[in-house]
Design a protein around this ligand. Structure first.
Ligand code: LLP
Length: 424
C-alpha cells in the first residue's frame, strides 16, 4: 500500500521523487540540510478552512503546543483561527504572530501568577481554570472572564498518556468541584463564562465526544439550578481529532468529528431550550500533523545477528520522541526512490542517539536503503519539533514551508553554538 496518502495534500511523485508543494525533496535537503521538517501551506490552509466550514460560528483556537511557530500561527490567523496556549512562551508566539488577545484561550494545570498577568495584559478571551485556587490567582492577575475545565468521566481509545476526560486525570475538575469553582469565580467578581472539556488526543472515534456533550449538558442543567439560573455564554469543546500515521489509521473527517460535535451540541441545547453559547474548538494535531513530514539522510545500513537490518538516520528521538513516549508507529518512503518496489522483509529505522530504544520505525517497508538516500517520514507535523530535545547535544532541525513551487525557512536549524551559548 502506498504511503503517499499519509503525506501532505500536495504530495506527488515525479520521476521517482517525492515532490511537495511543487518542490522536489532532494532540492529541499540540498538547500536546507537534514533532518528537516517540511510543512505544506496548502494542507495547513485546507485543514484550517475545514474547521471554519465545520463550525462557522465557533472560535477555532489552534493548539499551539502541537507546533509553536510564528509563521504557521500567522498563516492560521489569516484563515481566521485563534490560539490555545498553555505557557508564557506559547503566549508570546501567538502575540508575535499577531493573534489578537480576544482569540487566545489560556490553558495549563499549574498557571503561575506571572503567566496570568501576561495573559491579562494581552487581553485574552478566556482563561480555563483547572483548579479551585486558580480563581484567586486570576483575580489577583486581573483576569476578567474564565471557563472551568471539567472531567466528565468519558473514556477514550488512545494512549493513556494523552487521555484526559476520565475522572482521575491531572487536568480539570469533577463536575461537583467545577460548579463550586464557577460559584467562587462569581463571588470573586470574575465572569464565570462557562465550561471546558477536552477528552484526549489522537482520537479516531467521534462517539465519545458526542457522549461527553450529553454529560456537559447535565452539568450545565445542574449548575443552573444551584447557581440561581447561571447560564454559560461560552463552551469550549477542546481538540483531539487524530490523524493517520499509517495506512491502518482511519480518522474521521474534520466535519464528521468537529462539525458533528458542534451540531450535536447545538441540538442538545435547542432541545433543552438553553440559550446557545459561543463555542470554542481547540484542534492541534489535525491542523498541522499531516501538513508536516520529516526528511532524514540515511547513513549506516547494517545487518545484525538476528536478521534485523538497521537503517540509521541523522536524527532520531531528539526530533521525534513519539515512538518512545507513546509507542507511535510510523511509515516511511525513500524520497528519491519513491516508485521502486519494496524489498522483501522490513528495515528497522533507527536514530543516531546512544540508546538501543532510539528506533523510529521498527518495521519499515522500503526498497533496500543505501547510504545517502533521503528518507521521508510522513505525519510528523505535530508534537515532534515541539517535543524535541538536544539529547547527545544534537542541534534541533530546521522547518520550512513549501507551496507554489517554492520553499521558505520558518524556523532555522539550531547550531552547536546555540547550545554552547547556554553554558556558563
Ligand atoms: N486542548 C487542550 C486542553 C489540550 O490539552 C490539547 C492537547 C489540545 C487542545 C489539542 O489536542 P489535539 O487536537 O492536538 O489532539 N504529545 C502528545 C499529544 C499531547 C496533547 C496535549 N494536549 C502526542 O504527541 O501525541
Amino acid at each position: 500500500m502506498s504511503t503517499l496518502p499519509l503525506f501532505p495534500d500536495s504530495a506527488a511523485v515525479a520521476d521517482g521523487e517525492l515532490v511537495v508543494g511543487g518542490v522536489r525533496t532532494s532540492a529541499l535537503a540540498e538547500r536546507f540540510g537534514t533532518p528537516l521538517v517540511v510543512y505544506c501551506e496548502q494542507t495547513l490552509r485546507a485543514r484550517a478552512r475545514a474547521y471554519r466550514a465545520a463550525a462557522p460560528d465557533a472560535l477555532v483556537a489552534y493548539g499551539t503546543k502541537a507546533f509553536p511557530n510564528v509563521a504557521v500561527l500567522k498563516l492560521l490567523a489569516e484563515e481566521g483561527l485563534g490560539a490555545d496556549i498553555s505557557s508564557r512562551g506559547e503566549l508570546e508566539y501567538a502575540l508575535r504572530a499577531g493573534i489578537p488577545g480576544n482569540r487566545i484561550v489560556v490553558h495549563g494545570n499549574n498557571k503561575s501568577l506571572e503567566e496570568l498577568r501576561a495573559c491579562a495584559a494581552a487581553g485574552v478571551a478566556q482563561v480555563v481554570v483547572d483548579a479551585p485556587d486558580e480563581v484567586e490567582l486570576c483575580a489577583q492577575a486581573g483576569i476578567r472572564s474564565i471557563l472551568v475545565r471539567t472531567t466528565l468521566g468519558v473514556d477514550v481509545d488512545t494512549h493513556a498518556a494523552i487521555a484526559t476526560g476520565h475522572h482521575g486525570s491531572k487536568f480539570g475538575l469533577p463536575p461537583e468541584l467545577a460548579m463550586e469553582t464557577l460559584a467562587a469565580a462569581r463571588a470573586a467578581g470574575i465572569e464565570a463564562a462557562g465550561l471546558h472539556m477536552h477528552l484526549g488526543s489522537q482520537l479516531l472515534d467521534a462517539a465519545p465526544g458526542q457522549e461527553a456533550v450529553v454529560g456537559l449538558l447535565q452539568v450545565v442543567l445542574e449548575a443552573r439550578e444551584r447557581l440561581n439560573g447561571w447560564t454559560p455564554t461560552t463552551i469550549d469543546l477542546g481538540g483531539g481529532l487524530g490523524i493517520a500515521y499509517t495506512g491502518a489509521d482511519a480518522p474521521p473527517s474534520v466535519d464528521a468529528f468537529a462539525g458533528g460535535l458542534v451540531r450535536r451540541f447545538r441540538q442538545e441545547w435547542e432541545t433543552h431550550r438553553l440559550p446557545q453559547p459561543r463555542l470554542i474548538l481547540e484542534p492541534g494535531r489535525s491542523i498541522v500533523g499531516q501538513a508536516g513530514f520529516t526528511l532524514y539522510r540515511v547513513g549506516v545500513v547494517k545487518a545484525t545477528g538476528d536478521g534485523t537490518t538497521y537503517v540509521a538516520i541523522d536524527g532520531g528521538m531528539s526530533d521525534n520522541p513519539r515512538p518512545q513516549l507513546y509507542g507511535a508507529v510510523y511509515e516511511a518512503l525513500l524520497a528519491q526512490r519513491a516508485d521502486e518496489a519494496v524489498a522483501p522483509g522490513s528495515f528497522a529505522v533507527c536514530g543516531k542517539h546512544c540508546e538501543s530504544g532510539d528506533v523510529l520505525i521498527e518495521e519499515a517497508r522500503l526498497p533496500h536503503p543505501r547510504r545517502g538516500d533521503l528518507l521521508a517520514v510522513p505525519a510528523t507535523g505535530a508534537y515532534t519539533l515541539s517535543m524535541g530535545s538536544n539529547y547527545n547535544a544534537l542541534p534541533r532541525p530546521a522547518a520550512v514551508l513549501v507551496g507554489d513551487g517554492s520553499a521558505r525557512l520558518i524556523r532555522r536549524r539550531e547550531t552547536i553554538n546555540d547550545l554552547l551559548a547556554l553554558e556558563a
